[in-house]
Design a protein around this ligand. Structure first.
Ligand code: AHM
Ligand code: MG
Length: 323
């Protein structure tokens, strides 16, 4: 049995990764262990319900959004390798250690609408190198391909940690002693799939290429795609991505015509980029219809983006439909 600490040491020696980086990821994992303990107890730990506050994006915060955010900030602030943090739940960045090497970005609690109904939720994280100089917002605005580590923790029937240091994707299960145990598998996203995930209730607001794509999938084996597709929608991106990692599939959260100023619902820095890195490292692909996700040059910390990711055959087909 290899635990996370032993795995990190072995992985860092094998791939010449800085100890400060694996330590940073270990701190994120430790924070997520604390979050997991609160999630497990639900009402008994007083974490359910609304916080009565809103975040920078005007979304109502759940108690657990705020609790998870504070746990991550408090733990990461204690790690001298961390120069600064950016969170979906914070207006601006949080400065930590002047000499720190890394910037950590996170969605503390993804799938907020599922908190109170006991459905899988997660934490998503991304780690960047801090450029030199006094910490500023621009330091965080690096394209996804610059990430040095990324991953997520899924609070589902099991608590799972999935991470990448750009040498494949690694999976850990939290045991009864709150230790992440390494699962010696190398998840690879199947190139072909017959399963898609999209919020169908927004159909009338999608752009033409997505309308066409989903219509083709729904046409089944007599349509141009020549097979029957199944649909799943958890409404927790972490859970959808994990399903895709384990058994293939394609996930879409496209641009929505209701708000022309919003290129999508999901956030580039806290959701799309880290999950795109995991997906790419597992052999899948991620884009916004036009550009590979990891090539997009961010312009703002809370920037939104259209997301299409998963099995290569489907994501490439989608990109072709976008022209
Ligand atoms: P959140 O970070 O506020 O939880 O929002 C992101 C979530 C994703 O996990 C999920 O894919 C999407 O929002 C679900 O949206 P919808 O409610 O439109 O189904
Ligand atoms: Mg989220």
């Amino acid at each position: 049995m290899t635990d996370l600490a032993a795995f990190l040491q072995q992985h860092r020696e094998q791939h010449t990764i800085a100890a400060a980086l694996t330590d940073t990821v270990a701190t994120i994992a430790a924070a997520c262990t604390d979050i997991s303990a609160k999630v497990r107890l639900g009402a008994l730990s007083g974490v359910l319900g609304a916080a009565g506050t809103g975040n920078i994006q005007g979304e109502e915060q759940k108690k657990l959004d705020v609790i998870a955010n504070n746990i991550l900030i408090d733990k990461l602030k204690l790690n001298s390798a961390v120069a600064g943090l950016a969170s979906e739940e914070e207006d601006g960045f949080v400065a930590c250690h002047e000499d720190g090497r890394y910037l950590v970005l996170f969605d503390p609690l993804d799938g907020s609408s599922n908190i109170d109904v006991n459905i899988s939720i997660g934490t998503i994280f991304s780690v960047l190198e801090k450029p030199s100089g006094r910490l500023q917002t621009e330091h965080f605005l690096q394209a996804g391909k610059q990430q040095v580590a990324a991953g997520y923790v899924l609070y589902g029937p099991q608590t799972l940690l999935v991470l990448t240091f750009k040498h494949g994707v690694h999976l850990f299960t939290l045991n009864a002693d709150n230790v992440f145990v390494y699962q010696n598998t190398s998840p690879q996203i199947l190139e072909h799939t017959a399963e898609f995930a999209i919020n169908m209730s927004n159909q009338r607001h999608w752009e033409a290429p997505v309308q066409q794509y989903i219509a083709e999938l729904l046409a089944g084996e007599t349509g141009v795609r020549g097979k029957n597709y199944n649909m799943r929608w958890v409404a927790s991106m972490v859970a959808e991505v994990h399903r895709i990692l384990m058994r293939g599939g394609v996930f879409l959260y496209p641009k929505d015509a209701r708000d022309p100023n919003k290129p999508g619902k999901l956030r580039l820095m806290y959701e799309a980029n880290p999950l795109a890195l995991v997906v790419e490292q597992a052999g899948g692909a991620a884009h916004n219809g036009h550009q590979n996700m990891l090539d997009i040059q961010p312009t703002g910390l809370h920037q939104r983006v259209a997301v299409m990711l998963g099995s290569r055959a489907e994501t490439e087909y989608l990109q072709k439909l976008h022209g």
